[in-house]
Design a protein around this ligand. Structure first.
Ligand code: ZN
Length: 826
């Protein structure tokens, strides 16, 4: 595919290839920009002219303006026909004898990203190449249609790149967002494939739509859909519109462009990994790769045709989109105020992230110290507060007004709760930063973040010890590197005061004592690491504190460099495994060993200190029958108890191992001896739950057929935000304040640990903050465990009912996970 694009580029004057990055596995990411052969402008001139004519950049308006159409293919690597279709589409626009496309190119510019996820696509293609039979077998049950774990949908770290547009946790997205925001197309199409029996889906999209989506954006989807339907009707091809694919969550390749003024759309052809090269469908027809390519090629051309026909309106509406917010933001909140200390690294990370989206922010100008009222995100209600000099003011009165409102409004506005993805993402909760939403506009003064929060260090000569406060992911990176350098580090379990400075729990204490072998390098190394990660490393000349415990106290626990193992493989969530993998490798830089979950009984447990079980069903877990033979019905013919956590694991925990269990993996340990996790905490609650279940079952049995998709909504929760009460005196919560805002997936609940530490809990019934949560889930939200630690022998089992690493974007969860790995149980 790369060679083909290069070949066309070198033989055509109207095609320009631009490489915009490289994947984790080193494959190139590039786009082709296609203009009319008579349009002799350079790539940079084309881009600048577009931005000027859209009012996004200052300058002299070009003579001619163009509708800019961007077609993106194969964000999901195993939806393979799209990249093939990209080649044919490129050919149609590079072929100067094609009268139609040459006419359209007179007033349109076409950008093709032929493969957004080359690592995933190659994973799928290699699989098919290795397993496909000749001639291809259309029988769907055969090996060539059954892609093995983890599949080619995701990228190298098993992240879904079509959930990552807003967050940019993956290198492919980081590179693409920079490119996208430097072009800002009028139309963006994200090419996909769906279940092999579903024929074709194109715009208009399904409800719910975010309330910020304009009537023009809604209308033009219908116009394009109508154009496509002409071609499909003429060929008697089946298709559907307005179903499944909604427009709410901002991390998609359709919604993100929409919140950036474009007409963003998803097109889905039957196929995917199950499609192979040919597949027999439910109506007895044969779906071929050839036909999949043809349909995607058709909608590509039809999209550009629609853009050409409506170019003037498209250009006008796009320009209007970026000015309308200035007069009248739709959200009732006009200004968002973020409170973050100048030396809080979260602050700089937030600002850097805002820069990637082109969202403007500033300092308050003339309202300093004035008391104002606003919606307090942490308290979930209106409150008075003072605007201070270093507050970050983000006004909805700006070109990226819509995106700002979508990302910052405290509660997501949606028309319908039957949606495809998470329903809450408000940024102050993601970062865990105190913030207010105001109904008024606060004058602001833009500033540049460069170096604004560089820590100024003043170290003693040859100090007795270095102290590093425990506040953010940068302190975690610092610890990771210090441990990799084999240094002795302690963590303080109690707050203390020395040299007039108060240090919170979790502060790292690194004494000269114990690190003598480093000699002079002790100082140079620590200082270098601290400067690298911009941590607040200080020094002291004494181990005698003025308040709290001295450095030789047993409450100063030695942090040993843990050997970390993670389970993966079939029946482990590839997403969650990938999040853990990415966390260690790309975020904090600490080595891990990966084992297959089915091999759990032969793990070298003696060499492992921390074992992580990502979400998953762990169906491969088996255990030799125990003397009590308590679960007879789950015993197989070989006398093995299936689906029990193996006894070796518990023995290992008792002798000092730390087991981290995330989300659905907790189910494996419910009511199992020695693991401290129960389904019900009392006889009464068990009876009450059973009573409720009976009642619900009856209601469900009597539902109307037409309500079949909605009936379960009241028991559902789609990625909503909850307020977790935390015990920040426990090592799992070192570095946190009173509350932690968590992203709740699904409705699974666990009662408090009977004998363990209930460190993160839902204490009251008003813990739900934002996003869709069915009324029945809300009813039972009180008195549940989110994060807990069960002590067993010398070891610990750390339960995380919510996944703090979800999609790698929940910024405030990173330190918590680091606590579980490095701090708990020392
Ligand atoms: Zn897809």
């Amino acid at each position: 595919m790369v060679d083909y694009f290069k070949q066309v580029d070198s033989s055509s004057e109207s095609v320009h290839l631009v490489q915009y990055g490289e994947t984790y596995e080193g494959r190139p990411l590039f786009i082709a920009i296609i203009t009319h052969p008579e349009n002799k402008l350079s790539v940079d001139e084309i881009r600048t002219n577009h931005l000027i004519s859209s009012g996004l950049e200052e300058g002299i308006a070009p003579e001619k303006d163009y509708a800019l159409v961007w077609l993106s293919y194969s964000v999901h690597g195993n939806e393979s026909s799209s990249t093939e279709a990209a080649m044919e589409t490129l050919f149609s626009f590079a072929n100067t004898s094609n009268k139609k496309t040459m006419e359209w190119l007179r007033r349109t510019i076409v950008i093709i990203d032929p493969c957004m996820n080359p690592d995933g696509r190659d994973r799928y293609v290699q699989f098919y190449t290795m397993t496909g039979t000749h001639p291809p077998d259309a029988n769907i049950g055969t090996r060539e249609h059954q892609e093995p774990w983890p599949g080619g949908r995701t990228n190298h770290y098993y992240f879904d790149l079509n959930r990552d547009w807003t967050w940019q946790t993956q290198v492919e997205t980081v590179n693409r967002m920079q490119l996208y925001n430097s072009w800002m197309p009028h139309i963006h199409v994200d090419y996909h494939e769906q279940y092999f029996n579903e024929p074709y889906y194109f715009a208009p999209a399904a409800k719910p739509y975010h309330l910020q989506i304009t009537s023009w954006q809604r209308d033009f989807q219908k116009i394009i859909g109508k154009n496509h339907s002409r071609y499909f009707d003429n060929n008697n091809w089946l298709y559907f519109t307005k179903e499944h694919f909604d427009l709410l969550y901002p991390g998609y390749g359709d919604t993100y462009p929409i919140y950036n003024g474009a007409i963003g759309m998803t097109y889905e052809k039957a196929g995917g990994a199950a499609g192979g090269v040919s597949a027999i469908t439910s109506d007895g027809d044969t779906l071929t790769l050839r036909s999949r390519i043809k349909h995607h090629h058709t909608t590509g051309l039809s999209t550009v045709e629609s853009a050409y026909k409506h170019k003037d309106r498209i250009i006008k509406e796009f320009k209007y989109f970026f000015n309308k917010g200035i007069d009248n933001p739709i959200s009732k909140y006009k200004t968002f105020v973020i409170k973050a200390g100048l030396n809080d690294p979260k602050r700089e990370d937030l600002l850097r992230w805002l820069d990637t989206h082109g969202i403007k922010y500033g300092h308050p100008v003339d309202d300093r110290a004035r008391s104002v009222r606003g919606y307090n995100y942490f308290l979930g209600k209106y409150d008075s507060f003072r605007i201070q000099e270093n507050d970050i003011i983000i006004s909805a009165d700006q070109k990226k007004s819509v995106l700002t409102q979508v990302l910052f409004e405290p509660i997501t506005h949606y028309e319908d709760s039957l949606t495809y993805d998470i329903t809450a993402w408000s940024i102050p909760y993601v970062y865990g930063l105190e913030a207010y939403a105001l109904e008024t506009v606060i004058p602001q003064e833009s500033f540049n973040i460069q170096g604004s929060s560089k820590v100024v260090h003043a170290w003693d000569d040859e100090p007795y010890a270095y102290l590093n406060p425990w506040k953010s992911v940068y302190d975690l990176k610092f610890l990771s590197e210090v441990l990799k350098n084999n240094m002795v580090v302690r963590v303080s379990e109690e707050p203390f005061e020395v040299g007039g400075i108060v240090y919170d729990r979790g502060t790292l204490v690194i004494t000269r004592k114990g690190n003598e072998t480093k000699g002079q390098r002790f100082d140079t190394l620590l200082r270098k690491i601290s400067i690298k990660y911009n941590t607040n490393l200080g020094s002291v000349m004494t181990g005698l504190v003025t308040k709290g415990k001295d450095f030789g106290s047993s409450t100063m626990r030695v942090v040993k460099a843990p050997k970390v193992a993670v389970l993966s493989g079939e029946d482990v969530s590839s997403y969650n495994f990938g999040e853990v993998w990415h966390y260690f490798e790309q975020q904090i830089g600490y080595p891990i060993s990966v084992y297959d979950a089915s091999e759990v009984q032969s793990l070298p447990l003696d060499e492992i200190n921390v074992l992580i079980m990502p979400e998953g069903g762990y169906g491969s877990f088996v255990n030799e029958i125990s003397p009590s033979e308590k679960i007879v019905e789950e015993t197989n013919a070989d006398g093995l108890i299936i689906n029990e956590p193996p006894e070796e694991i518990l023995d290992w925990v008792r002798s000092g191992g730390r087991l981290i269990v995330i989300g659905s993996a907790m189910e494996k340990f419910v009511d199992k001896n020695g693991y401290g996790l129960v389904k019900y905490d009392s006889k009464e609650s068990k009876e009450a739950a059973q009573e409720l279940k009976k009642k619900r079952q009856k209601e469900y049995q009597l539902k109307k057929y037409k309500d079949k998709n909605r009936a379960r909504l009241s028991d559902a929760s789609y990625g909503s935000i909850i307020r977790v009460d935390i015990d920040n005196t426990h090592p799992l919560m070192f570095g946190y304040g009173e509350n932690y805002f968590s992203l709740r997936q699904g409705s699974r609940m666990f009662p408090y640990l009977p004998k363990g530490w209930n460190v993160g809990t839902l204490k009251n019934s008003s813990s739900h903050v934002s996003g869709f949560m069915g009324h029945r889930v809300k009813q039972k939200i009180k008195d549940n465990l989110i994060f807990g630690v069960h002590e067993s022998g010398r070891g610990r089992i750390i339960y995380m009912a919510d996944n703090p690493l979800f999609r790698g974007f929940w910024y405030n969860g990173k330190l918590l996970f680091g606590n579980a790995v490095f701090i708990v149980g020392n």
